[in-house]
Design a binder for this molecule. Structure first.
Ligand code: AMP
Length: 212
C-alpha cells in the first residue's frame, strides 16, 4: 500500500491538534507536531529550546530554515516510512517547497474556521503540564485538573488574547497562499472546523477513506 503522508492545515484553535491525534491513531502513522516538538525543547531547556523560546512566547514564527531542517531530520526516521501526520508544518510556501522535496505524495487536509470562533475557543483552551494534552475548560477563571492524568491545566503563554490576535494575523497572511498552493492538487481535502469535534472527525474519516 502507498504510504499515507498527511498534512494538516488549520488556524490555531481550529481543533487541529485534537483531530491530528485522532487521525494519527486511526491510520497508524506518527503524529508530528512541530509546535509540540518546539514546546518540549523549551521545557527541556535544550539549545533549540533556548533559541526559540522568546519567538514562541511572542506568537511569531520561527525561521523557515530551522523548522524545515527539524522536520527533514524527523522524516528520516524509519517510523515515517509508511506515512506520517504533520501538524503545524508547513506554515509558509517556503516550507511547502521543502516538504515537496522530501516526499512526492501528500494528502493535505484543511480544517477551516473563522477568526471570531477561534478567539472564543482559545480563551478557554488549556494544556496539561503533565501529559501535554490540550483541552477546553468550562470558564476561563476556573481551576480544573486534567481529566486524563490529574495534572495541572495551564493556559499556553501564547494563548493570551493579544498574542492570539497576532498568531491569527500571521496565520491569515501565510495560510491563504499555502492553501491556494495545495488546493489545486488531487490530494486536497477541506472540512468545516466549526462543527462539533466528533462531526469534524467523521467528515475527515469519510474524506480520507474515500482516498485510500
Ligand atoms: P502551534 O502549536 O502549531 O501553534 O505552534 C506553536 C508555535 O511554534 C508557533 O506559534 C511558532 O512560533 C512555532 N512553530 C510551530 N510550527 C512552526 C512552523 N512550521 N514554522 C514556524 N514556526 C512554527
Amino acid at each position: 500500500m502507498a504510504s499515507l503522508n498527511l498534512v494538516l492545515i488549520g488556524p490555531p484553535g481550529s481543533g487541529k491538534g485534537t483531530q491530528a491525534a485522532r487521525l494519527a491513531r486511526r491510520y497508524g502513522v506518527p503524529h508530528i507536531s512541530t509546535g509540540d516538538i518546539l514546546r518540549q525543547a523549551v521545557r527541556d531547556d535544550t539549545p533549540l529550546g533556548r533559541q526559540v523560546a522568546a519567538t514562541i512566547a511572542g506568537g511569531s514564527l520561527v525561521g523557515d530554515e530551522l523548522i524545515s531542517s527539524l522536520v527533514a531530520e524527523r522524516l528520516t526516521r524509519r517510523d515515517t516510512d509508511e506515512g506520517f501526520l504533520l501538524d503545524g508544518f508547513p506554515r509558509t510556501l517556503n516550507q511547502a517547497h521543502v516538504l515537496d522535496k522530501l516526499r512526492d505524495t501528500l494528502t493535505v487536509v484543511h480544517i477551516a474556521a473563522p477568526d471570531e470562533e477561534i478567539v472564543r475557543r482559545l480563551s478557554s483552551r488549556r494544556i496539561c503540564q503533565s501529559c501535554a494534552l490540550t483541552q477546553s475548560v468550562s470558564d476561563a477563571g476556573n481551576n480544573e485538573d486534567c481529566p486524563y492524568c490529574g495534572g495541572r491545566l495551564v493556559r499556553r503563554e501564547d494563548d493570551d488574547p493579544e498574542t492570539v490576535r497576532k498568531r491569527l494575523a500571521t496565520y491569515a497572511a501565510l495560510a491563504g497562499p499555502l492553501i491556494d498552493f495545495y488546493a489545486q492538487r488531487p490530494g486536497y481535502v477541506e472540512v468545516n472546523g466549526l462543527q462539533l469535534p466528533d462531526k469534524v472527525t467523521a467528515d475527515l474519516y469519510a474524506a480520507l477513506n474515500a482516498r485510500l
